[in-house]
Design a protein around this ligand. Structure first.
Ligand SMILES: [Zn+2]
Ligand SMILES: [Zn+2]
Ligand SMILES: [Zn+2]
Length: 322
């Protein structure tokens, strides 16, 4: 049983229990998917909140240790996929990618490809996935280790010939990309705001006022190291294409979400403590409380998103508005 659960976790599909719970929650939360109506949907949404708090929140309120990050992420995958196998979900979301360019960005030491037959510009480069899904048989290509980082040019007709585009990035007319079915991303829309919210709680916990010069119990580097699996999970999501990226963009630019994030509302003691830290840091930074801006009726586009935290997250996750 434990071995089966471990195998399921390794394949990224979650345990049977996780998948059953996810499928039940998704059915109750999908629009029109619940026969018992609004009450059942409200209770499912409360259950989902409590579940995410239990698996994701940094400081355990009781004696019980926090679930490991692999367990937390396995829960998140099960939930996002609504109990379906993760790989199938990834493929399904990718089918709704309206992007015609790959644009995958990489840092130093990433293995990439260059095809001189397809390249118009001598510095064209392709990510491994685009290279393998394109037809470069008999071409003059090589694999190389990127020195300074770069980006995939697949789909960009200014840099390479169309014949070398991979299957995913061949020129599509907009009519070829079907609109996303309502229930495919419903769980992502519900889970990801909370996921990002808890991520920020962790980051706040690791932050110490530089002026206080306290010996930090948990410095930011350690927290970032610990969050490495969570951040790569978000990175994997951004690679699922435009449909998932637009869910993430909506979360990160949503004013109400940012307001909730900054208001410290809620009962949880850890969230309250984190909010106090936030207020101290905000005072020291000379920035205004977003609440004040919103109250004054300043409705600049994306006011929430312009905050440094959210902007930083966007940069960190390389999320492009689509
Ligand atoms: Zn690519
Ligand atoms: Zn491609
Ligand atoms: Zn080629």
């Amino acid at each position: 049983m434990a071995a089966a659960a471990a195998a399921a976790a390794a394949s990224g599909s979650g345990s049977q229990e996780q998948r059953a719970t996810a499928a039940r929650l998704k059915a109750a939360l999908s629009p029109g998917g619940c026969e018992e109506g609004e009450a059942a949907s409200a209770s499912a949404s409360a259950e989902l909140r409590a579940l995410l708090e239990r698996v994701l929140l940094p400081c355990p309120s009781g004696e019980a240790a926090s679930p490991s990050s692999s367990e937390a992420l396995s829960w998140c995958r099960s939930l996002l996929a609504g109990g379906e196998p993760w790989d199938g979900f990834v493929q399904a979301v990718r089918a709704y990618d309206p992007a015609t360019l790959c644009g995958l960005v990489w840092t130093a030491n990433f293995v990439a490809y260059r095809c001189r037959t397809c390249g118009i510009s001598p510095c064209m480069s392709l990510c491994a996935e685009c290279f393998h899904h394109g037809d470069h048989a008999g071409h003059d290509y090589n694999m190389f280790r990127s020195q300074a980082g770069g980006a995939c040019d697949c789909g960009d007709g200014n840099v390479m010939r169309e014949a070398g585009f991979c299957k995913r990035h061949r020129i599509k007319s907009s009519s070829e990309v079907p609109s996303v079915p309502k229930d495919l991303l419903i769980m992502s829309e519900l889970v990801l705001p909370q996921f990002i919210f808890y991520l920020i709680q962790y980051l706040r916990e690791g932050y110490n006022e530089p002026v206080l010069d306290l010996p930090s119990e948990k410095d930011l580097h350690k927290v970032l190291q610990m969050l490495e699996p969570h951040i790569s999970f978000l990175e994997d999501l951004t690679k699922m294409g435009g449909a998932m990226r637009s869910v993430l963009t909506q979360v990160l630019t949503n004013q109400q979400f940012y307001k909730d994030l900054s208001s410290g509302s809620g009962e949880n003691a850890c969230v309250k403590k984190s909010h106090e830290k936030y207020l101290v840091a905000l005072k020291g930074s000379g920035l205004t409380f977003p609440e004040d801006k919103l109250a004054c009726g300043v409705q600049e586009p994306g006011a929430g998103a312009s905050s440094s935290v959210v902007q930083g997250l966007r940069n960190a996750f390389k999320i492009k508005s689509s």
